[in-house]
Design a protein around this ligand. Sequence first.
Ligand code: DHB
Length: 310
Amino acid sequence: DYTTKIANQVFHHLFINAAGVYCQTFEELEQIQNAPCAGAVITKSATAKERSGNSEPRYFENSVEHNTINSMGLPNLGIDYYLNYVLKHSLKLPTLFSIVGLCQKEIIDNLKKLQASDFSGLTELNLSYPNVSGKPQIAYDFAATREILDNVFAFYSKPLGVKLPPYFDIAHFDQIAAILNDYPLAYVNAINSVGNGLVIDPETDTVMIKPKDGFGGLGGKQIKATALANVRALRQRLHPQIKIIATGGVTNGRNVYDHLLCGADLVSVGSQLGIEGPTVFARLEKELEEIFADKGITDLRQVRGKLKLI
Ligand code: DHB
């Protein structure tokens, strides 16, 4: 029994698509809705208006090493498209609505639209998109993060989570957690892609993606240790009522188990979902079940947050 609650939503499986993957169009969102063992679906981070994003090629996957780099640049069909999706389709799964803005006003306007709508799922405010030139990741600026959350919680009353970038310093874990603990957040989602990596094609000595001269957000196996550290560090610091969606480096059941040990409530899958497709969730759940059977685990409470020290 994988039943997990975040705010008003009940999840029967642990898995979600990571925002950006399989969630741009109705058709992709439906594929997640219908995927065996999917626990929820999240929409592509939406701006006020449709955007075509950065130039191509803007995504590269190494399906042997299970690593990706992307510089999509927020291609999306606009908030009204996704609002139409979540309101007009009879959805089987809990829905998370990812919101983004290129300036604070756009974030606030988008959230006002959601607030005024009949949307009743979880809202995920993306404070960590790394690929739009000239727009630093908001959550690396602690004063800006606090200002936005002040302005958001002044009016927003639906359950809200934030998508965080990876942090790499203990002092930064302390600082971001202290800020987040000042707000009635339903959850945090950690981590977004590891920003501004560089991958080189050894055949041609060129960068792998075109935007930003090849710099882009890293995903897949290469970010697993960073993702686990962020989930663990946040779980140790955040108030227990703030739940955690773990994202980063999940390619097999053991990785899911590790995120649970670090304190994950739910687990999302990005790069490996892109590589493998929506059947990935059922494979991960089966592999997790085998680990549980081996260890005699019958209840998630025996695992969540139970990482051991030496
Ligand atoms: C994009 C990438 C991200 O990591 C994100 O959180 C949002 C958007 C993008 O390039 O489209």
